[in-house]
Design a protein around this ligand. Structure first.
Ligand SMILES: [Zn+2]
Length: 189
């Protein structure tokens, strides 16, 4: 942060305000504390019979890789409405949004993913401006090596496992940054 969004001053300090527990950007001019909190990503896992809908990204990051339709929740929008909007924008697909299924925290990048199971209203879908391609996949067709995000891979793996069990409990988890590679490979002897 270079300038205070309240008074325009460049005198921004990073410090722990009195009574606080985290370092914040504080304006030395007007005293305003600029809080930064996680963003919510909402999306759908759209189902059609035994298949699920994926989108191939036409934007960075992860251009060309596959993902479930999802994006940042807007101010003034409910999570269910946001998940339906993202599905319409990215896949031109209308859905009936169902149960919340996957809730994944990404603490290091300050995001929370909320993915809902959803039923496609029909087969009249196609790529929106942020997608190169949209199609339905059977489980054995899912391009596991070409998924855009770990959150999506985790959500899909859980989904296919739970589908075999015939129940979809809410899956709450956290994805930490991958640990750095070990200096020496683990002993496999
Ligand atoms: Zn200020």
């Amino acid at each position: 942060m270079k300038f205070c969004s309240t008074c325009g001053s460049p005198r921004i300090e990073l410090r722990v305000p009195d009574g606080d527990t985290h370092a914040r950007h504080v304006c030395a001019e007007c005293g305003r504390v600029h809080y930064v909190n996680p963003k919510v990503v909402v999306g759908c896992l759209p189902e059609w019979e035994h298949r699920i809908l994926l989108c191939r990204r036409a934007i960075e990051p992860r251009y060309g890789l596959w993902t479930l339709p999802a994006g940042f929740l807007e101010i003034g929008e409910s999570v269910v409405a946001g998940a339906a909007r993202e599905t319409l924008e990215e896949a031109n697909a209308r859905v009936e949004v169902g149960e919340l299924y996957s809730l994944v925290s990404l603490p290091q990048i300050g995001q929370v993913y909320m993915m809902f199971r959803a039923r496609l209203s029909g087969l009249d879908f196609g790529p929106g401006t942020e997608s190169l391609e949209v199609r339905l996949f059977e489980e054995h067709e899912v391009p596991w090596e070409a998924l855009a995000f770990r959150t999506i891979g985790r959500t899909l793996r859980n989904y296919f496992l739970d589908r075999k069990q015939g129940a979809f409990p809410l899956r709450v988890s956290s994805l930490e940054r991958r640990p750095p590679p070990a200096l020496f490979p683990p002993d496999r002897g």
